[in-house]
Ligand binder design. Structure first.
Ligand code: MRU
Length: 346
C-alpha cells in the first residue's frame, strides 16, 4: 500500500503530494508548525489524511516541548491545537482529530499524568487515529465494493484514495474493494481543476495498482455520461452534514447533478470522522477559498491575464437529494439521512 503519512523517530514523514506524479519526494516535519504548514500548502491533503497529520503534528509538537510546568505544557498544547485548526476549514476530520487529541490530553492531565506521560499518550493516540483510519477505509471498501457491478465503469472526482487517507482510500477504497471481490472495473478520473488531484494523484494511485484508468477533463463527464460510458459515480467527502448534504472538492456538485440527469447512481464514501452531525445542513459548512495562484497558473506558466479577477472556492456542497447512498466503515446509509446518519454514528 502507498505510504501517505508516517510517525518516525525523526518526525512526521509524508509524501509530497504537490510533486506527484513527477517525483516521489518524502518530507520530514520536525515541529508542529511544519506539519501545519504542510497541511496548509497541500504537501498532504484529503480530509482523513489531514486529520491524521494534525494528530501526529500535535503529538510531535508536545514531544519536542521543553515546558516543565503543567500549566505551560497545557498552554503550548492549546497553541498547537489553534495552529492546526487554522490550516484548512472545510475538512471536518481536522477538527475531529484535534478534539480527540484534546480529550486524550485532558483525560491524562486529570489523571495526574506528568508531561512525559502525556507525551507518550498523545503519540499513542495519534498512531491509533492513523491505524483506525486504515481499518475504516478497508471496511468502506468491503461495504462499497458490493455496490459495484461487474465490469462497472466508474467516474470519480478529485482524489479520495490512499493518498487522501492513512491508506487504501474511501472512494478509491470502494474501487479497490470491488477489485478485491474479483470485479473487473475501469475508472474515469476527472482531472479536477485547479489542483489536478484526479489527473496527478488518482491516476497515479490507480495505475500503480494496475486498475484500468482514463483521465478526462472535468468538462468531459457530461458527454461520457450521455454516451452511456459511466455506470456509477463514487466520490469522497470533506464534511457530511446531519441532513446528508456533502461538501467535497469543487466540481462534485456538478457531477452529482449530471449523474441524476443520466440515471447514474452517485455514491459518497467517507469514514465516520467525516460525519458532522453538529452541522445541520450544507449551508453551514465553511468553504475554503484558496490562493488565486492555483487558478492563474499551472506550474510556473501563467494562464490568465493579470487584470482578470479570480475566484477559487476549493469545495462545493452537493445536496443530499442527489446522493444515492453514503458508505461508511459501518455500512451503507440511504435517505432519509437525518435518521440513517444518526444510526451510522450511534
Ligand atoms: O483540497 P483537497 O485535495 O484536500 O480535497 C480533497 C477532497 O475533496 C477529497 O475528495 C476529500 O477530502 C475526501 S478524501 C478521502
Amino acid at each position: 500500500m502507498l505510504p501517505t503519512v508516517d510517525w518516525t523517530a525523526d518526525g512526521v514523514v509524508m509524501i509530497d503530494q504537490r510533486k506527484l506524479p513527477g517525483a516521489e519526494v518524502y518530507v520530514t516535519c520536525r515541529t508542529a508548525a511544519e506539519v501545519a504548514k504542510a497541511i496548509k500548502t497541500m504537501v498532504i491533503r484529503g480530509a482523513p489524511a489531514i486529520g491524521v497529520a494534525a494528530a501526529m503534528g500535535l503529538a510531535l509538537g508536545m514531544k519536542k516541548s521543553r515546558a516543565t510546568g503543567t500549566v505551560k505544557f497545557a498552554a503550548e498544547f492549546q497553541k498547537a491545537c489553534d495552529l492546526m485548526a487554522s490550516t484548512r476549514p472545510t475538512a471536518v476530520n481536522l477538527f475531529w482529530a484535534i478534539d480527540r487529541m484534546k480529550r486524550c490530553f485532558g483525560a491524562a492531565a486529570r489523571a495526574g499524568a506528568s508531561a512525559d506521560e502525556i507525551k507518550v499518550r498523545l503519540e499513542a493516540e495519534a498512531r491509533a487515529i492513523h491505524d483506525e483510519d486504515v481499518a475504516a477505509c478497508r471496511a468502506i471498501g468491503r461495504f462499497g465494493g458490493e455496490l459495484v457491478p461487474e465490469r462497472a465503469r466508474i467516474l470519480t472526482h478529485c482524489n479520495a484514495g490512499a493518498l487522501a487517507t492513512a491508506g487504501y482510500g474511501t472512494a478509491l477504497g470502494v474501487i479497490r474493494g470491488a477489485v478485491e471481490l474479483g470485479r473487473q472495473v475501469s475508472v474515469f478520473a476527472d482531472e479536477t481543476r485547479p489542483f489536478l488531484q484526479g489527473a496527478r494523484l488518482t491516476a497515479w494511485e490507480l495505475t500503480h495498482d494496475g486498475i484500468d484508468t482514463t483521465v478526462i477533463t472535468d468538462n468531459m463527464a457530461a458527454t461520457f455520461m450521455r454516451q452511456g460510458l459511466i455506470d456509477l459515480v463514487v466520490v469522497g467527502a470533506d464534511r457530511i452534514a446531519a441532513n446528508g448534504d456533502v461538501a467535497n472538492k469543487v466540481g462534485t456538485y456538478g457531477v452529482a447533478v449530471l449523474a441524476r440527469e443520466h440515471g447514474i447512481p452517485f455514491y459518497v464514501a467517507a469514514p465516520s470522522s467525516t460525519l458532522d452531525l453538529a452541522t445541520p445542513s450544507g449551508a453551514e459548512i465553511p468553504i475554503e477559498e484558496r490562493p488565486e495562484r492555483e487558478v492563474t497558473h499551472v506550474g510556473t506558466t501563467r494562464l490568465t491575464p493579470a487584470a482578470a479577477k479570480i475566484r477559487n472556492p476549493a469545495f462545493d456542497v452537493t445536496p443530499a437529494r442527489f446522493v444515492t447512498a453514503i458508505v461508511t466503515e459501518r455500512g451503507v446509509w440511504r435517505a432519509p439521512y437525518e435518521e440513517s446518519l444518526r444510526q451510522a454514528t450511534a
